[in-house]
Ligand binder design. Sequence first.
Ligand code: P6P
Length: 337
Amino acid sequence: MKPQRKLMTLDEFTIQETRKFKQATGELSSILRDIGLACKMINKQVNKAGLVDILGKHGATNVQGEEQMKLDIYADTILIDVLKSSTDCAGVASEENDDFIAFDDPYSKNSKYVVLFDPLDGSSNIDVNASIGTIFAIYKRVSKLGEACVEADFMQSGKNLMASGYVIYGSSTMMVYATKLGVNGFTLEPSIGEWCLSHPNLKCPEDGKIYSINQGNSAKYDGGIKAFMDYCMDTNKEEGRPYSLRYIGSMVADLHRTLIKGGIFMYPADSKSPNGKLRLLYECNPMSFIVEMAGGFASDGMQRILTIEPNALHQRVPIFIGSKNMVKKVEAYIANA
Ligand code: P6P
């Protein structure tokens, strides 16, 4: 009897998506599968993080005699190596590297995509076993094929994104990625080492009951943000307030919850950080593309994140992202402050 197979793997899903476009070459799907491979390797090391005292301190050699390195440097190295040996990526930019990296082999020079990533966001949470993540953004290059990619390939506004996604290393390991076709989530099935479609066609609720912000910085926030926080904390039975405050301190974890349950995640500018803390190109843009493709919205408080024209590779921006109605409401509070 033919086994009933409900599982659809990432590879099968990306190939199925490619078939929807006659002119598609499968290169974008191939990059997504490459990132999936790299993140399976990162997941293996992240899951061992709690054992370093047994396996040996970072910086020492491990049981295999390999030089152990900080997990975020390890994650960065894996992503660069996997994408460099793919035949579909011309170069990368990463939070861990001051400048972009143009791959100089003929295959890479003829590739039409570039990838930006934060290899291990929230890595300060590793010691307390809180969820952390990898965030990635994929653009079609604007420079000439056949030559090395250039900075302009990376300095594109988020509305040009071809795809973006994140992997959350949490109670289960999940990859969520968006293209203009929509947002889909895949859970890693370790027994077969495959990403399996578990959250098809994800939608961000238009409203939510959770606000997420580092309340400890309140004294440094502008009046409009303080007024919105007071609104969230104000009891109003009809509107189901006060809302709950949830803040993990790991962008991927806070935004994964926001995407699934609704709500708003905020990292505003403040008197100490005039542009906020989070990076436009490899944190805010990719997460904003995902949330907006799922029906949510993302703003810097005044303009849509995805329309911001970048002026520096590691540029920071304030971000208000999540349920559309909540983001629009905080924009109104900021405008009326
Ligand atoms: P704070 C983690 O360090 C990070 O980059 C994001 O993942 C997270 O949302 C933010 O910083 C937390 O910053 O200042 O609240 O600790």
